[in-house]
Design a protein around this ligand. Sequence first.
Ligand SMILES: [Zn+2]
Length: 412
Amino acid sequence: MTHQTDLPLGRRVMAMIEDLARHTDEVGRLTRLYLSPSHRAAADATLAFMREAGLSAHIDALGSVVGRLEGTHPDAPALLIGSHIDTVVDAGRYDGNLGVVLGIVVVGALKAAGITPACPIEVVAFGDEENVRFPTNLSTSHALAGQFDPAWLDGMDADGTSLRDALIAFGGDPLGIAALARAPARYRGYLEVHIEQGPQLEAADLPVGIVSAINGITRARAHVIGEAGHAGTVPMTMRRDALAAVAEMIGIVERASSTRTDTVATVGVAQVQPGAINVIPARVDFTLDARSPDDAVRRALVQDIVTECEAAARRRGVSFTIEPFMESPATPMDKHLAEHLEEAVRNAGIAPMHLASGAGHDAVAMAGLCPSAMLFVRCKGGISHNPAESITVEDADVAARVLLDAVRRIVA
Ligand SMILES: [Zn+2]
């Protein structure tokens, strides 16, 4: 049985998470979109947490909260720790927020123990990871890596507000973005702790795991055109049913991805035309989302899917076209930093499990600045992007101790 005095780091993490969860754009559910009033309130609360933990902190030109603890060698390359405090619509409270809070708790624990790191440590709460409000891609972390695309400022949200105007209303500074870019030589690494958002750690009965790579993604739109006809009069042998063809193609997608290790592929959208109960489907437009921690494997997977779908289309007398519209390479995690995490996991008496990340994270952008590594924390049922998202205080405590141990090694 755990007592109030047990798990001090885990309890501090959970209390801060609860505090942040109050900041929402919508009554009754957690929605905290980038540059919204609730994002500003959460950024201010994060700023206060950082200052209480003994960091010097500010909100930067893009709304990210940045705290810094100086080291005994102020010019030594710094260690970054971070994640994001924006959320999806009707979100859970741990996605992103957990990694930010853990960074603050761990640096606070270092300070409380009277430990001055050899190099500076920075904790960053990014603001635009979920990319829900604007048509951006990890804009706040890309800015630190010097990869902010100025065209993103013209991106509009659903209400017709540009990112530029929203940033100014937030109190940010569009003219200050270029100066956010960090010099790679000034940073030794980036660590991010995040809920797993999948079921693998739970299935393995492990509280934490080490991320091996963040999956690369191919996204494509496919179109299958057959011929409409009367559902009662056209014999089965004389049909060119676009939806029946797509049913076979979805089977191909499922089979091709299941027979490879660590790959996943999904048909998430399928629109049927004309879409009537008594008409043979003439046309189906569907999407493909294929992911793998290995780019060559992902490309081979997509190629196999295309070849087999083309063959199925020929057999069925329908046309098949597919256009990829997004290609994002995999991000391998830094081996050296991952070894520090693995050692810390072992020290905590936990078997080190390595797993690929199926979701994207700020670490994808940060890997463009410096070596990056991630630690995943078990979440109940693997559920995320959902108010049912949950972790235990015990697991939060393990994550804090593992991160603290790894940070101590890295900044020694
Ligand atoms: Zn996240």
